[in-house]
Design a binder for this molecule. Structure first.
Ligand code: WT7
Length: 692
């Protein structure tokens, strides 16, 4: 019957309609006819109530968005957001071609607005101040809280006033190092309200990583809390911040104020290490400030935040997003990709320390006036049913998570799921890495009771919002495919020479033309921005991902093609792990590759050469892993250390990772040509040490 309904879908399409070549195959001309495809159709009920309910409706909007981007986006921007001053007639300008001069992207030029005002005040002023903005669920069962839009606005204003009082001005950076307390989105919004630039650092990063980011963006204030409970562990965040501030000071950056939230359920204030004159308790000062704070109107192109992410060199990149375009883009993608309705309760399990938490915990949903669940704890604490307990408790209708979590819960068994009703769920989402069809199926059949479409959203820190994503209700899904581009996005697949490929193909995924949510630069390093993203294929934004387009035009992401590994949806540069390893006094050299991992997607596999004369030992293995944990964070700890007397190098000294990847994956019959190596015998040696 799915097949019949599918034919139905396709028959709605105008025959032979053209104009958007890349979508012709699937959406327009030829129907998805092949019997071997695994297709999942939205139910008739779902489609009937969906914002976009047919391929045709999508196609009309998409076509408009490509043919007239200025008209398409300015209509949305005008009707759904408040602008203090409108943009000059020109809605956007761009140069994505390095050959024509510096890369420059601008949207809603000359306009002034404020994203915090649009996210909070607008909802309150529309009479919806009593609607719940945030449902907070703590680490432990029974620990919870909530804030309405009015309450959230008051709290944000108090912090904004405090920050202004201590001298934070428009354009100043503020580093936020907090777990998933309500204070995290509050702090982000408070910065945005006064035009300060927030830089959230995921609270799983080590002191050294935090220091590196502080040194780069030189914040006026660091906002943190004393400690957090995660599962049964207590993590002393303030100690980490203390160490980071000492380290920053050594590098010439001193921060005068550390605003510390007392997270009482984790640690009392008396037990917290304190530096008088620098450290201030949030609770002692912020509640004293007025609950109203005038908005700082900022230019559309003024920076909203920096978020550091990994690249193929050791130094993290400060991805910079600006205000107007990011606002319009996150809100619009949220609305359509999740088919958002005002009655929805939305939960995204990501941490605000990553881009997903910026765009789809804080900004996108709140700009839509949504009720958002913020969860502090771990998804398997006290047991693997916790997520569904939360879904039932708050009647979550949209649940957005990562494949790694789905795979780990899948392994724990269905009993943890079926114990709960989950009947409130209506849309599911996946992000962070390609989702394997079997995990997709489990998510769909078991979690969603075969009722909820899955939006597998492909995007990146750099893109600000969804780029390739299903629109639930609009077309059949294929498990494992992110399907089609969002409005205004023109994905192209190129070969090594940068030629655009047509029809069924695979290659590197690039984007032609800018979209409002695109990042504008790498903080302090526009040259690296151009070199990394715009030089590999002149004329395009290069994503770093590989992609296949099937005969129906569906996109299948195949993973990174650069030296970045994706561990549980976290992006880790091989060079970062290598530089942490070689900082160990007994490590002479290290080469890191990604290897398939059942739960994490990819695991970190490190080849390590020790200093002459140092013997391998279990103790040393542990100490190497500890070095990485303390320099980057626990999430970057290598899964495997492979002792390497030597590494395969070309005669010019370049490490041949291709060979290391094959050894790590035990694909020994696929090593390829090793004759160009300076010392081909190291390969044999490495293989013989594989199991040690
Ligand atoms: C990289 C971006 C975007 C928020 C989370 C990660 C991979 C992300 C998908 C997806 C296949 C995906 C890509 C991308 N990725 N979503 N749905 N299907 N791959 O953000 O840390 O900037 O990482 O994550 O490889 O380049 P990020």
């Amino acid at each position: 019957s799915d097949r019949l309904r599918h034919a139905d879908f396709m028959s709605q399409l105008p025959s032979g309609a053209g104009g958007i070549p890349r979508l012709n195959a699937a959406i327009l001309g030829k129907p998805l006819s092949s019997e071997e495809d695994d297709l999942v159709l939205p139910s008739a009920d779902f489609s009937a109530q969906a914002l976009i309910s047919s391929p045709q409706q999508y196609q009309e909007m998409y076509k408009r968005s490509i043919e007239d981007p200025a008209g398409f986006w300015s209509e949305i921007a005008s009707s759904e957001f408040y602008w203090k001053e409108k943009w000059d007639p020109e809605v956007y300008s761009e140069n994505l071609d390095v050959r024509k001069g510096p890369i420059k992207i601008e949207w809603f030029k000359g306009a002034t607005t404020n994203i915090c005002y649009n996210a909070l005040d607008r909802t309150v002023e529309a009479g919806n101040g009593d609607k719940v903005a945030i449902y907070w669920e703590g680490n432990d069962l029974g620990q919870d809280g909530k804030l309405t839009y009015s309450e959230l606005l008051s709290k944000v204003c108090q912090l904004s006033n405090y920050l202004k009082h201590v001298g934070v001005k428009k354009g100043d950076a503020v580093v936020i190092y907090l777990p998933m307390l309500m204070e995290l989105p509050i702090a982000m919004l408070a910065c945005a309200r006064i035009g300060a630039v927030h830089s959230v650092v995921f609270a799983g990063f080590s002191a050294e990583s935090l220091a590196q980011r502080i040194v780069d963006c030189k914040p006026k204030v660091v906002i943190t809390c004393n400690a957090v409970r995660r599962g049964s562990k207590v993590i002393h965040l303030k100690d980490i911040v203390d160490n980071a501030l000492v380290e920053s000071e050594k590098n010439g950056v001193s921060v005068g104020l550390c605003l510390t939230f007392e997270n009482q359920s984790a640690m009392k204030r008396d037990a917290t290490k304190w530096k008088d004159g620098r450290d201030i308790w949030w609770q002692d000062v912020v509640p004293e400030y007025p609950t109203e704070c005038e908005v700082e109107w900022v230019n559309s192109e003024d920076p909203l935040f920096l978020l550091y992410t990994s690249g193929s060199t050791g130094k993290p990149k400060g991805v910079m997003h600006t205000t107007g375009g990011y606002m319009v883009y996150t809100a619009t993608t949220f609305k359509y990709a999740f088919d958002y309705k005002p009655s929805d309760v939305y939960w995204c399990s990501a941490d605000c320390g990553w881009i997903t938490g910026h765009s789809y915990v804080t900004y996108g949903p709140l700009l839509n006036g949504a009720s958002v669940v913020v969860f502090e704890g771990a998804p398997n604490y006290p047991d693997s049913g916790r997520c569904w307990d939360i879904v039932d408790k708050f009647n979550v209708t949209i649940f957005y998570t990562a494949p790694t979590l789905i795979r780990s819960l899948m392994r724990d068994g269905n009993e943890y799921v079926t114990r709960y009703s989950r009947k409130s769920l209506r849309v599911l989402g996946s992000v962070g890495e390609p989702i394997n069809p079997s995990a997709w199926r489990w998510f769909y059949n078991v979690i969603g009771d075969s009722r909820c479409p899955i939006s597998d959203t492909w995007w990146q820190t750099e893109t600000g919002g969804f780029m390739i994503t299903p629109i639930p209700g609009a077309w059949p899904l294929k498990p494992g495919s992110a399907t089609f581009p969002f409005f205004g996005v023109q994905p192209v697949i190129v070969d090594e020479k940068g030629n655009e490929l047509e029809g069924e193909c695979s290659g590197s995924l690039c984007i032609k033309k800018s979209w409002p949510g695109a990042f504008r630069t790498l903080y302090g390093d526009h040259e690296r921005y151009e070199t990394t993203y715009f030089k590999p294929f002149a004329g395009y934004y290069f994503s770093g991902d590989g992609c296949r387009r099937d005969k129906d035009g569906y996109h299948w992401l195949t993973g990174r093609v650069d030296d970045v590994i994706n561990v549980s949806g976290h992006r880790i540069g091989t060079a970062e792990v290598e530089s942490a390893l070689v900082s160990h006094p007994q490590c002479a050299e290290a080469a890191v590759v990604g290897v398939e991992h059942e739960v994490k997607g990819q695991g970190i596999y490190a080849f390590v050469t020790l200093v002459e004369g140092v013997p391998y030992s279990e103790e040393l293995r542990k100490s190497l892993i500890l070095t990485v944990r303390s320099q980057i964070g626990a999430f970057a700890a290598p899964d495997k250390i492979h002792w390497a007397p030597g590494l395969p190098k070309t005669r010019s000294g370049k490490i041949m990772r291709r060979i290391l990847r094959k050894i790590a994956a035990r694909q020994l019959d696929e090593l390829g040509d090793i004759s160009t190596l300076a010392e081909p015998s190291v390969v044999e040696q490495l293989i013989s040490l594989s199991d040690s």
